[in-house]
Design a binder for this molecule. Structure first.
Ligand code: EPZ
Length: 448
């Protein structure tokens, strides 16, 4: 079943949305429950596809996952952990990258893991070489098998002195989830320190882990024999919050994002203010609004935390198409994260992408034929078009472009947006967007 959104643009989004647990923490905290000898409870869990995928992957590995119908809280009991047939794992993994993080916990729980070849948004090659390298450093045996990789640790997992070539979020999570019950001490240099990483460390500390984050981006883990369960409320999704903030700018609207957390969005908030966005921050969330007048262009480079998050870039680029002047965005985390601009150009945006590094941050993609810098001239009048959504964040950006455009846009492939944005069509309706949602099987209008 695929859904089609018919959007009639030009309506400022106004009202209130709530963001819940972060897509980039909740699935990892669910996997962490595998490490415990008792059940865990995870709170503030969003109803998104990535949570469904991890729920089913845990269930086929014998973990019971019970959802509280009233709150959505999950109770995860790893007592019955067992191996699962690789065909079943593959069938449930979808295009998620989370399965790679099952390695350490499954080896600790049942001595082995099978990880299917991974998916994930097409924003670059998405390799897992760092993951496999660190697993080998813990003493794991990694074997390529048809359709995926088999990992085991006949001699158990020992702590290691690891240095990442790049502060990879996933590889840092791989180390955290493997080292906490490995024998001895692990030292991880060049680690990622995103708020979602710190929240995962909080989860593991609640389970009994001993983890410290040092000032030079080194994380030190003292392995312990056993971990208990945890009760944890996931931090809010700062990426969804930033997406709604950009939507307010692009549609000249006014959106209160309940749950938006200033502490985790400081760099975004500075940028939002520099572009000319208005904001009111309170204890429960942040009001983002277009104050009228002109938006200002800027020079922006994405980076690892505490820099400007790569996941914030796409929605903000749509806002930059409405700024008065020339903006430059240098994407330094992924090599191919401007594909979504093709549709914006068809809608009338003036964007050129370049293979040169247009910025000062040292970047792995310079002169390697990756179109990873963009020059955006505005303001451009966006006109509705037929759009097929390429990936999660690019897809949300297409939606807000369609909402700001004059005329009607037919947006297909929107199901990928469900991976990371909870009930986004309900939220759009609540903000006054003018659209119809139909599904290809029935062609029925679900919403108007
Ligand atoms: C996580 O992806 C997030 N996804 C991404 O969010 C986010 O953009 C990214 O971190 C950076 O913050 C989840 O948490 C599910 P990385 P991850 O490992 O862990 C290279 C979204 O829209 N690399 O930090 O996969 C990689 O190619 C998604 O919510 C290797 O070369 O990102 C990239 O260039 C998109 N080898 C860079 O590191 C490896 O083995 C950063 O990737 C692993 C990564």
């Amino acid at each position: 079943m695929s859904s089609v959104l018919t959007v009639r643009g030009g309506v400022p989004l106004a009202g209130r949305v709530a963001v819940r647990g972060a897509k980039n923490l909740v699935p990892k905290a669910m996997v962490a429950a595998l490490l415990g000898s008792e059940p865990s409870i995870l709170r503030n869990v969003p109803e998104i596809k990535d949570v469904e995928v991890v729920t089913s992957l845990l269930q086929i590995h014998g973990v019971t996952v019970v959802k509280d119908p009233a709150t959505g809280d999950l109770t995860l009991d790893p007592k019955g952990a067992k191996t699962a047939p690789s065909t079943l794992i593959d069938a449930h993994a979808g295009d998620s990258r989370i399965p790679i993080l099952f390695c350490g916990p499954l080896i600790h729980a049942i001595g082995e893991a099978f990880i299917p070849d991974l998916g994930g948004c097409k924003i670059g090659d998405r390799p897992i070489d760092y993951h496999l390298a660190v697993l080998r450093q813990f003493g794991a045996v990694v074997e390529k098998r048809p359709g995926g990789i088999h990992i085991s640790a006949p001699k158990g997992l020992q702590g290691a002195k690891i240095s990442l070539p790049y502060p990879s979020v996933g590889a840092t999570e791989q180390v955290l989830l493997t080292a906490t019950r490995a024998e001895g001490i692990t030292e991880l240099a060049g680690a990622a320190t995103e708020p979602e990483i710190v929240d995962l460390i909080a989860v593991l500390q609640k389970m009994g882990a001993i983890i410290s984050v040092q000032t030079d981006r080194t994380i030190r883990i003292e392995g312990v024999k056993e971990l208990s369960g945890y009760t944890h409320r996931a931090l809010a999704d700062r990426n969804e919050a930033a997406s709604w903030a950009s939507a307010a700018l692009v549609t000249r609207g006014d959106i209160y994002v309940e749950g938006a957390t200033q502490r985790d969005m400081m760099t975004f908030l500075n940028t939002f203010r520099k572009v000319g966005g208005g904001m009111d921050i309170d204890d429960d969330g942040i009001r983002f609004y277009h104050p009228g007048g002109k938006l200002r262009p800027l020079v922006l480079e994405t980076d690892v935390h505490p820099g400007f998050m790569t996941d914030w870039q796409q929605p903000l680029v749509v806002a930059l198409t409405q700024a008065e002047g020339v903006s430059i965005v240098h994407e330094t985390v992924y090599e191919n994260r401007f594909g979504f601009t093709d549709a914006l150009i068809r809608m009338g945006a003036n964007i050129q992408v370049h293979r040169e590094c247009l910025g000062s941050i040292p970047c792995r993609f310079g002169q390697r034929n990756f179109l990873h810098s963009a020059v955006i001239s505005g303001p451009s009048q966006l006109v509705g078009q037929d759009i097929d959504v390429p990936d999660l964040r690019g897809g949300f950006s297409h939606l807000i472009a369609a909402l700001a455009a004059t005329g009607t846009s037919r947006v297909t492939g929107i199901d990928v947006i469900n991976r990371g944005y909870e009930r986004f069509t309900d939220k759009l309706a609540g903000l006054g967007a003018d659209f119809d949602l139909s599904t290809s099987t029935t062609g029925r209008k679900l919403n108007s």
